[in-house]
Write a protein of this length. Structure first.
Length: 97
């Protein structure tokens, strides 16, 4: 189960970057960076003293990556985005009792 999650995460992230218009040097840097990230992630997941939650690891990795940028760049999880979409669009179906 863990391996499927890791594979799905790695494939989806790498695939997203394949379709962007990077030069060969930028593509090489991105590919190499993902390979390093995946290797570290795999080592931690397989050999760490206690079991880790891969979703928490990836979320923390994303937050760490974004923390090096400006303070206004944020990552919203799907759950948060769904709540935000409901608040901004106001499309709620329910009963007004």
């Amino acid at each position: 189960m863990k391996r499927k999650i890791y594979s799905a995460i790695a494939i989806s992230v790498v695939s997203a970057f394949l379709f962007w218009g990077f030069t060969d040097n930028e593509y090489f840097k991105i590919t190499r960076s993902f390979e390093i990230f995946a290797a570290v992630f795999k080592e931690i997941a397989n050999n760490y003293v206690i079991d880790i939650d891969p979703e928490i690891m990836v979320r923390n990795g994303i937050e760490g990556m974004l923390s090096t940028l400006d303070p206004y760049t944020e990552y919203y999880s799907q759950e948060y985005y769904d709540d935000l979409d409901l608040l901004t669009n106001g499309n709620y179906t329910g009963f007004g009792f």
